[in-house]
Design a protein around this ligand. Structure first.
Ligand code: SAH
Length: 426
């Protein structure tokens, strides 16, 4: 097997079981490994550290498959890793049968929307949306697999995962009852790995174009555009937070900024909001949002879909002295890495400052950042600065994070990217 030899004293991260080997830590590569090929990583004295996938084009020169020198990276390895990740998502809280009745996902008795501390259904829910494999945090670097009912959507983000893609696709069909696998490897990080972008069917019937799959989440139906939607089609990471917003929305006039296909807006409606205004710059997303509203027959007269730039819409509302009892801010990633953190901070501060101004006293701001380059502490500081500049007093009443099917391995803190605050204006 080819070998990657580290520079002296560059083994510390691997000894802490961090799965990335930066190219700057590599002294020498022996055996001329191909892109994505499995290599042994050894310290400068030749001691085994890890078995990894080699990625010569990337700043992350190798990603660890295993820290165990006895473990062979082959089909059996992937079968075990995939099965383990899938098993961790089984809903074990209650064994009742779940059925879809009139759009509501219901247990035969005691129907409750899933709450934050439950992992999301796979076996017991007929139309689940759930992340099955969360890359590094599920010990499968560079591989994301999301399940939307009978369709799996994979993102292959690293040279190593790419090399094993066909094996992984076959195994996913074997290990799940999925009918098709769709690939959404149209993500910038692939370019950093020297891989081409690719979108299309990987296994099973291609189906109609665009490919839209219906799921049920917290009893609400959503259509997910897996071929053209953002990421793999839906922001599954926000699932528990959508449920949280639903519980807070009763009687409130809600503003949902960066609404996409209406995830928060429709949960606010389902939770009894007095009215909802939902803003997004994508007309296509808002069209799907309205279709999603109609699927569950939620009251159309209470919701206003606004196509526009949130930065401008918030200013317009401020000038019109329009106010709200609850505002949700779920912007796209402003800072993928820490080098863009300062610029991102200005964006976050701007929208949070305006939101504080539009909230009436007692109102609730639910504000998120999914930027890996902005830490939870920094995000809280930015929001505090926004409140200060807006001249308002406010309290954090809850910290939010990504849903439990997006776990964060303790040896991989980079996995914790989504942070949210529930804030009350006093
Ligand atoms: N809250 C959503 C996910 C939001 S993703 C959910 O739970 O499903 C971010 C959204 O912001 C995308 O739909 C994108 O179209 C939109 N967007 C990006 N920049 C924007 C801007 N400046 N103004 C309005 N919408 C924007």
């Amino acid at each position: 097997m080819a070998k990657v030899i580290l520079k002296p004293s560059r083994e510390k991260a691997l000894l802490r079981r961090h799965p990335w080997i930066f190219s700057g830590a590599i002294a020498e590569v022996e055996g001329n490994p191909g892109v994505g090929e499995t290599v042994d990583v050894v310290d400068s004295g030749g001691e085994f550290l890890a078995r990894a996938a080699y990625s010569p084009a990337s700043q992350i020169g190798a990603r660890v498959w295993s820290f165990d020198s006895d473990e062979i990276v082959d089909e059996t390895f992937f079968r075990e890793r995939l099965q383990a990740a899938i098993n961790r998502r089984q809903w074990t809280v209650n064994s009742k049968q779940w059925t879809v009745d009139n759009g509501q996902c219901m247990a035969s008795d005691n129907c409750q929307p899933p709450t934050a501390n439950r992992l999301l259904p796979t076996a017991n829910c007929p139309l689940p949306g759930c992340r099955l494999v969360h890359a590094e945090s599920d010990c499968l670097p560079g591989l994301v697999v999301d399940r939307y009912a009978d369709t799996l959507v994979v993102q292959v983000l690293s040279a190593g995962a790419e090399r094993w893609k066909e094996t992984i696709a076959d195994l996913l069909l074997e290990l799940t009852d999925a009918r098709r696998i769709y690939e959404r490897s149209d993500v910038d990080v692939r370019t950093l790995e020297g891989l081409p972008l690719r979108v299309g069917i990987l296994r099973g019937e291609a189906g109609p174009d665009p490919l839209r799959i219906q799921i049920v989440e917290h009893g609400l139906r959503f259509r997910v555009d897996v071929s053209r939607g953002h990421k793999t089609g839906f922001y599954l990471d926000q699932r528990i937070n959508r449920a949280r917003v639903r519980t807070l929305a009763a009687g409130r006039r809600v503003l949902d900024c960066f609404s996409y296909t209406g995830g928060f807006a429709l949960n606010a409606l389902a939770g009894g909001a007095a009215s909802v205004a939902a803003v997004d710059s994508s007309a296509e997303a808002l069209t799907l949002a309205e279709e999603n509203r109609a699927l569950d027959d939620l009251p159309g007269e209470k919701i206003e879909w606004l196509e526009g730039d949130v930065f401008q819409v918030l200013r317009a509302f401020r000038d019109q002295r329009r106010d709200f009892d609850m505002i949700i801010l779920d912007p796209p990633k402003f800072a993928p890495t820490s080098s863009q953190a300062q610029k991102a901070a200005r964006g976050y501060k701007d929208i949070n400052l305006l939101a504080f101004k539009l909230l009436r006293p007692g109102g609730i701001l639910t504000t998120f950042s999914c930027s890996g380059g902005v830490s939870a502490e920094f995000f809280q500081q930015i929001v505090a600065g926004a409140a200060l500049d807006a001249g308002v007093d406010a309290q954090i009443i809850e910290h939010l994070g990504q849903s439990p099917d997006h776990p964060v391995a303790l040896n991989f803190p980079e996995g914790a990217y989504l942070k949210g605050l529930v804030i009350r204006k006093v």
